[in-house]
Each structure stands twice: as structure tokens, then as C-alpha cells.
Design a protein around this ligand. Structure first.
Ligand code: PLP
Length: 394
């Protein structure tokens, strides 16, 4: 008999699975080039050449016992040092290898942070819409998710509602910048205001409130949008990063958590997080990938590829009459459903072989998400189909 706690996941899992199966079924029926699948955040840009070269070089030149062996649960010290040095250069921080823990992607990084921080019943505030796995991760440690309602004008952080949700029980707050699913980038002004509010409440409640900044899309910002580096604004920040999107390595499961010295009781917190990484069963992040990303710390994302897609999709859809949040970051477009029930809109789109994710999958009903990490041709070929779809509504 499976655990009661797992039962609700079975139902939810079948919905996600159904979408995946739908894509495969349509591709088999109509041909993959006649299906416009905007459902998955799986980068279409290949990993940089440097990654392949780094892996080849590591396998050729390094001792296999070292490459494939266990190491510190926080990861190879020289890998953490190389990443820390790169971050210090880019963001004017002063991290050392001791501030970094290599993790099995951002998903695992968030779990490491929450396992380190949460006692049962502790509240974690998230801003809707949000990456729905946050709820699962919080429940893993018997935390309680508290949801802030969106500011549907801007989809920036709704700080008025946030102020009302903060309480003595708040242990942590999760933000994600650039943002999945809206494509919004939180401005420096927004981050500063968030930090001020948190500082004030920490003083009022007399305990730390941790800000978990989930940043798998950090480098994916367009039109010169700046993504503020949150540790500069608020001491009790943990940064969660992943190479899944920036280096197109989602299946390789590699990322890290930063816990700065400024975090309260930082030494114990870093040790606890390193243990959390171990006892979650991950033990350590994949060794070959750690060594490979360390060799590619200066590799850059092909922003031009996503930018071309972003412009084509945003301009194409708004010209057809759809209302979209102008995406500034990540590779998602957040479109207001022209039907009141966005699930009906998603169903209607399937007639034209267009696959999108309903906003309710991100606690954002009334909207749909399109992932534009697809080929440019997919967007070009999808727009005439969107035009047919638009005719049903406008
Ligand atoms: N956080 C957000 C906002 C994401 O969109 C994703 C993946 O799509 C993750 C975390 C998990 O990333 P990873 O593949 O590194 O576990």
C-alpha cells in the first residue's frame, strides 16, 4: 500500500502524462513537423561545443578513479572554487568554495535548502503563478505553502499581498527570476522593496526569514534587462542555480546552491545543507558533469536564438489579437486565454496541433504558457494555425 501522502500525486501525474502522450500521439498521426509543441521547457539549442570537448578531455586525461569516484558531499572543491571565482568576477561578490554546494540540478538544490530550513508546519511563501513543483518540494518536509496572488497588470511581485501573507510562521520565501511561467524579469526596484519588507519583518518577529532565489534562467534576459543578484540586497539569501537551461543540460542534473557567509549561522547552515544533499540520497552531484561545467564557466548562452523566437512569437500572436505579457527573460510566453476557462482554450488549440500548458498548472488560471525553446520553423509554421485559432475568438 502506497503512502497516503503520495496518493494525490497519482492524479496530477496522469494529467502531465496525458499531455506528453498527446504530443507523441499527434506526432505519430500527423508527423512531428506538423505538431507545434510549446509545452515543455526542454531547450532546443544544443549544449555548447565546449561541453563535449570538456567531457572528452576529462575522460582522456584524468584518472578514472578520480573522475568517477566519490568526493566531498558538497562537490569537488576545485569545481566550487572555479564557479565562485566566476560569480565574483561577474557580480562583485566574495564567495569561496565553502559557500557553494553542487547539486543535482535546481530541483534538488531547492530540496536541499528546504530540508535544511523547514520544521513541520513552517510556512513558505510563493508568488503565483509559480513552478508547481515548489508545492511538492515544500510538502516533502511537511512545510506549508502560502500563496501570494499575482499582480495581473505587471506580473511583478505583488508586494501588497505579500505583506499580508507574511507572519510569525514564515520561514522562507521563494522567488524565481527570470520567471517561469511569465517570462517577467523582476527589476532591481522590486527586489530592493522585497528585501526591505523582509528585513523589517525579521526585526518584528525576531527570527530569520530566508529568501530562496531560484535562478535556472539567470542568463536568459533580453533587451538589456538586468537580473539583480539577490545576495547584494538581503543577507539571508540562498541562491539556487542550474545548468539545465543555460547550457542545455537538463538531463544531466547539475546545478548548485550558494549560501553566503552573511546568512545567519552560516557555518552550521552550510554544513546542514551539505548533509541534506547527502541524506536526501543524492550523496553528491554527478562527478563528470561537475568537472565539465567547471571547464565551461565562461560559456555563454546563445541568447540570439531564443531572442529571435521570442520576438517572432510575441509579435505574431499580438498581431493576431492575443494579449501576452511581453517576455523579458527565460524562454516562456504568458498569454491571456481568450476563453474564460483556459483549459477549454488549450483543448481548442489541439485541433490545430498546437500544444500549450494551462495556467492552472502554475496556479495561474486564465492564462496559458508557451515554451519557445523550440525551432524557429516551429514558430513560423505555428503562426498560421494560431490565426485559425484566433478566428474562433476574435
Ligand atoms: N525552477 C524552475 C523555475 C524551473 O522552471 C525548473 C525547471 O524547469 C526548475 C526549477 C528545475 O530545474 P532543474 O532541471 O535544474 O532541476
Amino acid at each position: 500500500m502506497i503512502a497516503e501522502k503520495m496518493k494525490p500525486y497519482l492524479e496530477n501525474n496522469s494529467a502531465i502524462r496525458a499531455m506528453f502522450e498527446e504530443g507523441r500521439r499527434m506526432a505519430a498521426l500527423y508527423g512531428a513537423d506538423k505538431v507545434y509543441d510549446f509545452s515543455l521547457g526542454n531547450p532546443n539549442v544544443p549544449a555548447p561545443d565546449g561541453i563535449k570537448k570538456a567531457i572528452e578531455q576529462i575522460l582522456e586525461e584524468e584518472d578514472p578513479v578520480f573522475v568517477h569516484g566519490y568526493m566531498s558531499n558538497a562537490g569537488f572543491p576545485q569545481v566550487r572554487a572555479a564557479i565562485a571565482e566566476n560569480l565574483n568576477r561577474r557580480y562583485g561578490t566574495h564567495f569561496t568554495e565553502n559557500n557553494l554546494i553542487m547539486t543535482v540540478g535546481a530541483g534538488s538544490g531547492l530540496n536541499v535548502c528546504l530540508k535544511t530550513l523547514l520544521d513541520p508546519g513552517d510556512e513558505v511563501i510563493v508568488f503565483a503563478p509559480y513552478f508547481l513543483e515548489y508545492g511538492s518540494y515544500i510538502r516533502n518536509y511537511d512545510g506549508v505553502l502560502v500563496q501570494v496572488e499575482p499582480d495581473t497588470q505587471t506580473f511583478q511581485l505583488n508586494l501588497d499581498d505579500f505583506a499580508a501573507r507574511l507572519s510569525e510562521r514564515t520561514k522562507a520565501v521563494i522567488i524565481n527570476n527570470p520567471h517561469n511561467p511569465t517570462g517577467v524579469v523582476y527589476s532591481e526596484e522590486t527586489i530592493r522593496a522585497l528585501a526591505e519588507l523582509l528585513k523589517q519583518r525579521q526585526r518584528q518577529y525576531g527570527h530569520a526569514i530566508y529568501l530562496l532565489s531560484d535562478e535556472p534562467y539567470r542568463e536568459l534576459a533580453f533587451d538589456g534587462a538586468k537580473v539583480p543578484f539577490v545576495t547584494h540586497y538581503y543577507d539571508n539569501t540562498m541562491v539556487v542555480y542550474s545548468y539545465s537551461k543555460s547550457l542545455s543540460l537538463p538531463g544531466e542534473r547539475i546545478g548548485y546552491v550558494i549560501i553566503p557567509d552573511e546568512v545567519e549561522d552560516s557555518e552550521n547552515t552550510i554544513t546542514a545543507a551539505t548533509i541534506a544533499n547527502r541524506i536526501s540520497g543524492c550523496v553528491n552531484a554527478p562527478s563528470l558533469m561537475q568537472l565539465a561545467v567547471a571547464k565551461c564557466v565562461d560559456a555563454e548562452v546563445d541568447l540570439g536564438y531564443y531572442d529571435r523566437n521570442r520576438k517572432a512569437l510575441y509579435e505574431g500572436l499580438t498581431a493576431l489579437g492575443f494579449t501576452c505579457v511581453k517576455p523579458e527573460g527565460a524562454f516562456y510566453l504568458w498569454l491571456k486565454s481568450p476563453a474564460e476557462d483556459e483549459k477549454a482554450f488549450v483543448e481548442a488549440a489541439k485541433k490545430y496541433h498546437i500544444l500549450m500548458v494551462p495556467g492552472s498548472s502554475f496556479a495561474g488560471p486564465g492564462y496559458v504558457r508557451l515554451a519557445y525553446c523550440v525551432s524557429y520553423e516551429t514558430i513560423q509554421n505555428a503562426l498560421p494555425e494560431f490565426a485559425k485559432l484566433a478566428k474562433e475568438y476574435f
